[in-house]
Design a protein around this ligand. Structure first.
Ligand code: IDP
Ligand code: MG
Length: 164
């Protein structure tokens, strides 16, 4: 990765609800148009053990089992993006955890509107299309969980990198 105090790599995942709603292209374009550089991408089926490991920090919460069920209910798209301040910029583009409160213009705000109370009446977990690392520590840990070194492309620059 580039030597820079601002440049970061982050992990993003389009969850099964996003894949099943055929929003993969739409979601990818949100990150592309904001100037992030795609450095890793794969479509994968997730087993229970991997889903539990990914969401280990939420073990014990009421929505943990439904969350694992949701993540294993279909394929996910695992993505690695790079960019200046990529971790916080991606979280801004993704929007707040509860889609009902997520800002319009964010992915969660534009493509879903599920609330916590409504999720209790439905899947027992909030389906909010997408996951994104929330800190440098979680980005490093999640990238290592989902990608091996050989799965990243050779470094390249976007043609518009001077403006990003
Ligand atoms: P994040 O995805 O915005 O980082 P986290 O708090 O890390 O949010 O939670 C992981 C996922 O678990 C959320 O994306 C959502 O699918 C689900 N979730 C989180 N909190 C709740 C809740 O209170 N009720 C139902 N589902 C939840
Ligand atoms: Mg999280």
């Amino acid at each position: 990765m580039k030597e820079s105090t601002t440049w970061e790599r982050t992990f993003v995942m389009i969850k099964p609800d996003g894949v099943k709603r055929a929003l993969v292209g739409t979601i990818l374009s949100r990150f592309e148009r904001a100037g992030l550089t795609l450095v890793g991408m794969k479509l994968v089926s997730v087993d229970k053990e991997k889903a539990e490991t990914h969401y280990e920090g939420h073990r014990g919460k009421a929505f943990f089992d439904p969350l694992v069920r949701l993540l294993t209910s279909g394929p996910v798209v695992a993505l690695a993006f790079e960019g200046a301040h990529a971790i916080s910029v991606v979280r801004k583009i993704v929007g707040a955890t509860e889609p009902k409160e997520a800002a319009p213009g964010s992915i969660r705000g534009d493509f879903c509107h599920m609330s916590y109370p409504r999720s209790k009446e439905r899947l027992g977990v909030i389906p909010n299309l997408i996951h994104a690392s929330d800190s440098p520590e979680s980005a490093e840990w999640e990238l290592n969980l989902w990608f091996s070194d050989s799965e990243y492309v050779d470094p390249y620059e976007r043609s518009d990198s001077d403006f990003m």
